[in-house]
Design a protein around this ligand. Sequence first.
Ligand SMILES: *[C@@H]1O[C@H](CO)[C@@H](O)[C@H](O)[C@H]1NC(C)=O
Ligand SMILES: *[C@@H]1O[C@H](CO)[C@@H](O)[C@H](O)[C@H]1NC(C)=O
Ligand SMILES: *[C@@H]1O[C@H](CO)[C@@H](O)[C@H](O)[C@H]1NC(C)=O
Ligand SMILES: *[C@@H]1O[C@H](CO)[C@@H](O)[C@H](O)[C@H]1NC(C)=O
Ligand SMILES: *[C@@H]1O[C@H](CO)[C@@H](O)[C@H](O)[C@H]1NC(C)=O
Length: 443
Amino acid sequence: MKSGSPSKTSSRRRGFRLEHLAGFFVAAAVIFFVYSVFQASLGGSGSGGSTGAGSLGFRTRSLVHLGGNGQASTAEAASPSPCPEAHVRTEKVTVTKLVYGSTVQNPRAYHVVTTAAGFSNHWQARIHYYWYKKQRDACLREAVCDMGGFTRILHSGKADDLMDEIPTVVVDPLPPSISKNSTYIVLNRPYAFIQWINKVSIPEKYFVMCETDHLFMRPMPNLMNGESQGAALFSYIVPWDYPAIVRKFIGNVSDEEIHRVPQIGNSPTFVSVDEFRVVAPLWYNTTLEIYEDKEAHDAWNWVLEMYGYSLATYRARQNVNMKVHPNMLAHPPFDKEEVDYEGRPFYLLHLTYPCRYDKDGNMTDNSTLTAYAFDKRDYSSKPPARNLPEPPLFVRNNLVRLIVAMVNEATENLPCWDDYVATSKVTKCNQHKQGGTALLAST
Ligand SMILES: *[C@@H]1O[C@H](CO)[C@@H](O)[C@H](O)[C@H]1NC(C)=O
Ligand SMILES: *[C@@H]1O[C@H](CO)[C@@H](O)[C@H](O)[C@H]1NC(C)=O
Ligand SMILES: *[C@@H]1O[C@H](CO)[C@@H](O)[C@H](O)[C@H]1NC(C)=O
Ligand SMILES: *[C@@H]1O[C@H](CO)[C@@H](O)[C@H](O)[C@H]1NC(C)=O
Ligand SMILES: *[C@@H]1O[C@H](CO)[C@@H](O)[C@H](O)[C@H]1NC(C)=O
């Protein structure tokens, strides 16, 4: 078993970077330290946002767009680039870090914590981690980078063959006495997080809970509201549609209060380690209470653990200053572009929904009419092969194209993917991409 620190490779790379920039860092640190002490003595600046123009306040971040790196497209000369053309956007973000290029000294740095178990999560975790690393590398080249280390929480109770590739903490699944032999695997998630937080301490004060089917589209800033949580909006979580059920868990509150139960799930959600220690046991209890309440279970079914987290944050009063972001997670095929309806960039791509189209480019559920489909469920016994075909032109959805392009880029660059598709086992081989050998070189 391996603990949740960043991989040797990446810390070595960072060491290299730091060595070369050490002189600059020392100077910058001294200047910024003196400056921040000076600022603090003037009355401090909240990290949550409304800083005046003259304070430490804002710095421009440029967002990296995927359109530019056409790595995945070699054969398809005539067809359009899989991703929409790159637009370099700039966005103002609050900067509180003192040293450029380092996330260790950045007080806003966050850890990425992704739960996984089972075969589908195995191949998805490899692609998820590939994109985390790529976007973190891009992030570290920017003036401001909040992305810190990475941990996969493997809640199967047993180490697997990705331990050397992905920083991993192994925890136990829910004991059968509690799960009642349920196969409903998401019930394991709160239990997994509780074991992890009790076992491991991370260098960052914050983390974002992720799942393996969230792909980093670009470097993601810390999206918390100061010390309060920042969470992705899930428009299908609607507590006020179930007032009677909600009151079973939070008491006989007013309708107005019911509207304050947030439309979120546990992931992706940014949270501080301190808040999480409070909410995690409540999340666990609330989820089990919902699971055992027939009315609530029937109403919320496959999303009951999301309601469990949402209601737990309400119970802990952590909903009060929480920020809910419509642009943290894109949901293709319902979202179509890399930006949301207000033009804000999406940060994570959720590849969970089936993307099925008929020959006219209309979405369809009818398999007879389906002319193009990408559905991760088609890969529940075998990983996707390299070079999945691009969606045809009648699929007028840039995010579906992006899913295929991102999967293809990862499978092209992860070592020995063809062997992996054939055997579902991670093998060491010399074929196909030397870039990967470093990943497998340890032990
Ligand atoms: C779970 O399944 C095992 C083996 O099938 C059985 O022995 C045990 O009694 C079951 N536990 C519960 C709580 O149903
Ligand atoms: C719930 O609160 C409302 C308004 O305060 C009150 O009229 C009602 O009797 C309460 N119901 C229960 C079951 O306590
Ligand atoms: C969770 O439930 C258990 C058993 O009912 C209880 O003892 C414990 O105090 C609860 N924890 C929290 C944080 O509510
Ligand atoms: C299917 O797509 C065509 C062409 O875009 C459109 O005209 C038509 O209304 C769509 N049909 C349905 C049922 O949405
Ligand atoms: C699917 O489409 C075929 C061909 O138009 C039609 O015959 C069939 O009834 C449709 N199936 C469903 C479930 O709608």
